[in-house]
Write a protein that binds this ligand. Structure first.
Ligand SMILES: [Zn+2]
Length: 197
């Protein structure tokens, strides 16, 4: 067993010495090659830039079709850049428009692309999360004034009362209001851009 262990150890140490030798043989010349190429490039770079500069400031004959193609590509590229900038501004509106007041309570939400998420309301007085009671909208309710009450448990009062609304319907209304306001803001932004141009 001892003999076996000894020979295994010898094989491992020999193999690692050979492998490290090979690695050194490969790495060192590669390093020297890269350094050599870099120094040549730095020396030649000056001449390369001079060549490009001279090429740019001298006159050239150019094929008419190629010129037309270049002009078309430039126009297309400018158009794409303008569209991208406009979209960025519109997205900026969405990103920054994340709270508003509807029905006398603060509403907050997030944007996930064009979708409104985490929409809910908070008390304007103490910022407590609002609870609600729309039990009067239940079809078995005998309440003569069906509505949703928005309640602040911290202030201990009804902060808003909206007739003929359930929670789901109210959320839908608020989402539509938010989208309407986004459209108005986007329209204003577009008009501003047109005036600038
Ligand atoms: Zn409150």
């Amino acid at each position: 067993m001892k003999e076996n262990k000894k020979s295994t150890g010898f094989i491992i140490s020999t193999a690692s010495a050979v492998v490290s030798g090979i690695i050194l043989m490969v790495i060192e010349p590669t390093r020297l090659f890269i350094i050599g190429m870099l120094s040549i490039f730095i020396k030649k770079a000056k001449y390369l830039f001079l060549f490009i500069w001279n090429y740019l400031i001298s006159n050239h004959r150019i094929n008419g079709f190629l010129l037309l193609l270049l002009i078309c590509l430039s126009v297309l590229l400018t158009f794409l850049i303008v569209v991208a900038l406009l979209e960025q501004r519109i997205n900026k509106i969405r990103k920054t428009y994340i709270k508003d007041v509807f029905y006398n309570v603060n509403w907050r939400w997030n944007w996930n692309g064009g979708t409104i998420t985490n929409l809910w309301c908070f008390c304007r007085n103490c910022d407590m999360e609002i609870s609600y009671d729309d039990s009067s909208m239940n079809r078995y309710s005998h309440d003569t004034n069906p509505r949703i009450d928005l309640i602040c448990d911290h202030c201990g009062r009804i902060v808003s009362s909206i007739p003929q609304n359930t929670k789901e319907y109210l959320i839908g209304v608020i989402e539509r209001e938010i989208r309407r306001n986004v459209r108005i803001k986007e329209e204003e932004q577009k008009n501003k851009n047109i005036k600038k141009e």
